[in-house]
Every structure is written in C-alpha cells, then in structure tokens.
Design a protein around this ligand. Structure first.
Ligand code: ZN
Length: 246
C-alpha cells in the first residue's frame, strides 16, 4: 500500500492533532493580551494604552512624565468633578479624584499658583489628564460637536496638557464669581462673552491673563479650559489612573 494511504497509527505518530489544537487555543488566549499590551490606532489616531509604552516615551523624553499636580503645587485645591456625580453627565466617570499632567504643565501651574498666591488667590482644578476612553464615553452620552472632546481627534486632556480650573480666594477657599458654573454648555461660557458684571469679568480676565503669562491658551468656548502650548508632541493616552498606580 502506498505510504499516503496507510491508515494512521496515532500511538506511534509523533504529530498529534491535540498539539495543534493546544497551540491554537494558546494563541487565542494570548490574543487579548497582545491587543491590550500594544498601543491602538483608532480613527487614524495613535493612542498609547500600555503603561510600559508610556514609560519608554518618558525614557526618551523626561518631559513626557505624567505627574500628580499636587506634587508640584502642594497648596492647589482639587475638586475633580468627574470623580463625583456633580457634573454635566450626572455620572461618576473616575473611580478616584486624580489630577495628573505632563511635567512641564505641572511646572507652569506652579508658576501660575505663585503669581496668584501673591495676590491672595489660588487655583482650583476640576479636571486634568483624562483617559481617551472616557472622552469617548462622554461623547456617547452627549454627542455635541461644539463643546465636547471628539473621539476622532481626541482631547488635549487625553494628552495630559489640558486643564479645567477656576480661581479661589486663598483665605476663604471659596471660588471667585465666574461667568457660569463649570461645564455649562452655554454662550456665556465663551471667554470673550461680555454681558456680565464688572466683578465677573475682572475675575475671568485675571485667570486668563495669569494662565497666558505661563504658557496656557484658553479654549474659545469654555472660560475654564486651558491648553498648554508646546512644540512637543504629547501622545494621546488611554491608561486608567489605577494602571499608573493612582
Ligand atoms: Zn476641558
């Protein structure tokens, strides 16, 4: 009988079908590990979702470190709205109130705080670094292309270079009067809106001036949102706080 028609004797055969099955199952099990450990490309965006890859970028450029703002500005007030349900979504989006930014942003905030403290004021942070998937979650809940961070571009919050903040009185710790509450999606939130009391305009202009002096640019739609201006490309990140040890 030609060899190829000989019945298979599995006992003597070194190749066992279960070997290939086992390899296949092993590969299938590994697949999610690979897809999580790699960075993802969504809407043609490069998004880092693995803390190890972030670490590699920091090794090459220490300014890419994502640091707690409190480490650089100890007396800064935090009121991280998305760690509560007191926000425009009535939803808690962060497990913990964490405020992280890239290293040069933290240093610039320290300079802002120093200037403000000398005048009897201080900063209060509503939001800082925000994982990319939270931006997507927000857009699903409120698909507004004017005010919301867009999933197809990502937000500067996802890059660790944007902040939502306001001013407080250093003695009373109370917020200064501003044109609208945080996250009010209304025309009065535009930073150039002028149908406001003198006091409110004075407070908003103080915030804009001191932030601009230290390298921040106010968002054209939201008086509370500032982007740090830099030539460095800070990648979009989708790493939850807890994966970074916070
Ligand atoms: Zn913002």
């Amino acid at each position: 009988m030609p060899k190829r028609f000989r019945p298979m004797n599995w006992k003597n055969c070194t190749y066992k079908p279960c070997d290939s099955m086992r390899n296949l199952i092993f590969l299938i099990l590994l697949l999610p590990v690979f897809s999580f450990s790699q960075s993802t490309i969504k809407y043609n965006l490069y998004i880092i979702s693995d803390p190890k890859i972030l670490k590699e970028t920091i090794k090459k450029d220490p300014n890419k470190a994502l640091v707690p703002i409190k480490d650089y500005v100890p007396n800064i007030a935090l009121d991280i709205k998305y760690a509560t349900t007191q926000n425009v979504f009535y939803t808690q989006l962060y497990k913990k109130p964490v405020a992280l930014v890239r290293l040069p942003v933290a240093k610039a905030l320290a300079a802002v705080q120093k200037d403000l403290n000398a005048q009897g004021y201080g900063l209060k942070i509503y939001d800082a670094y925000r994982p990319y998937s939270v931006t997507c979650q927000m857009f699903e809940m409120l698909p507004d292309t004017l005010y919301m961070g867009l999933p197809w571009t990502g937000s500067k919050h996802n890059r660790g270079i944007a902040l939502d903040l306001t001013l407080i009185d250093l003695k009373t710790k109370k917020e200064l009067k501003m044109p609208t509450p945080f996250d009010a999606l209304v025309y009065a939130a535009h930073p150039e809106f002028m149908k406001l009391s003198e006091e409110v305009i004075k407070n908003r202009e103080l915030l804009k001036t001191v932030m601009k002096k230290h390298g921040f640019k106010v968002d054209p739609m939201e008086w509370w949102h500032f982007n740090f201006v830099s030539d460095t490309v800070f990648e979009l990140l989708d790493i939850p706080f807890e994966k970074m040890g916070f």
